[in-house]
Ligand binder design. Structure first.
Ligand code: PMV
Length: 324
């Protein structure tokens, strides 16, 4: 018999993809058609406090009640862990913009999965936590681990390759171009791409090649090779969106300015490589030694952009919530 605690808080960092999960297979919930490689970022963080309730599921994100439909499959899977029927009341907060292309759903669902598992005496392995978090949001399958994480195509869970100490000099400068939530969720965009984009098949076919290149570059801690591959991955992903019906472009003029500025910096010998997700934000991969130069260059050319310097961080953590 497991001991059930009533309320638990857990935190997790978002998983930034260097090669992208973009497309789902027909079977299961959020089973990827492409392999992906993620870095769990620190110090960005989502915090989830979960309380057991009678049978109602409800959730707030940054204090706003959410449409529970989106969360139902996750909460139903989580409820099956408990011996008795249960519901959950969850309060989530993000210390970075939500639903804006910064993977807040990856860290949110990873934190939720950890909190719920801790309420149930930590019965799940990391592999099972990855499976559970994936039901909420695909990329959350990666965010249950710290460091560098691979999620093979067709797999129902992700696997850690290296912890966050593997490449201490690596940095990711997150450039926040637009903090407002995006107009179309990655979930909707992914489905439309699969159903309408003539480039979808080519994207899926090429994704394994890119992923293998990225894994080799990571092993060698070769930033240039990793950067070249990460660029191919995000640009090919956006290619599928440009070709879908109706076409979708998350970028803003400032996103393009940042892409071009990274190109200019590379021409000046600075090792900086951008990637983007389903949103307008730009993330710059670089080494610690070049952060100051890059930040100075961004401030000089695009002073309106907010920047956050991040690096690979540990996996989720759990803290018991005091009962009053
Ligand atoms: O986990 P979702 O459904 O929000 O999809 C994530 C999609 C990307 O962020 C664009 C890519 C990825 O691998 O994280």
């Amino acid at each position: 018999m497991t001991r059930v605690q009533n309320s638990i808080t857990a935190c997790a960092g978002p998983s930034l993809a260097l090669t992208k999960y973009w497309g789902k297979t027909a079977d299961g919930i959020n089973i990827p058609a492409t392999p992906s490689l993620g870095i769990t970022l620190s110090p960005l963080r989502s915090t989830a406090t979960v309380t057991l309730t009678s049978r109602i599921q409800s959730i707030t994100v940054n204090g706003q009640a959410q449409d529970s439909k989106r969360y139902t499959p996750f909460f139903e899977a989580a409820a099956k862990l408990f011996e008795h029927p249960t519901g959950f009341y969850a309060e989530c907060t993000n210390d970075f913009p939500t639903s804006a292309g910064l993977a807040s759903s990856s860290s949110g669902f990873a934190a939720l999965a950890f909190a719920i598992n801790a309420m149930n005496s930590d019965t799940l392995s990391l592999k099972d936590l990855s499976r559970l978090a994936r039901i909420g949001s695909g990329s959350a399958a990666r965010a249950v681990y710290g460091g560098f994480v691979t999620w093979p195509a067709q797999s129902d869970h992700a696997v850690q390759i290296h912890d966050h100490h593997f490449w201490p000099e690596l940095r990711v400068i997150v450039c926040i171009v637009e903090a407002a939530p995006k107009t179309m969720s990655s979930r909707q965009a992914m489905n439309l791409v699969r159903d309408t984009s003539p480039y979808y098949t080519g994207w899926i076919q090429n994704s394994t090649l890119l992923h293998n290149d990225a894994l080799a570059a990571l092993e060698a801690r070769d930033l240039e090779k990793l950067g070249v591959t990460a660029r191919h991955s995000y640009l090919q992903m956006f290619g599928t969106m440009l070709a879908m019906s109706p076409p979708l472009l998350y970028w803003t003029p400032v996103s393009i300015q940042l892409i071009q500025l990274a190109q200019t910096m590379r021409e000046q010998g600075i090792d900086v490589w951008e990637t983007m997700d389903a949103g307008p934000q730009v993330k710059l991969l670089c080494l610690d030694s070049e952060v100051d130069t890059i930040m100075h260059t961004i401030r000089e050319h695009i002073p309106t952009v907010t920047t956050l310097v991040t690096q690979a961080g540990p996996g989720p953590c759990v803290t018991p919530t005091l009962q009053v």
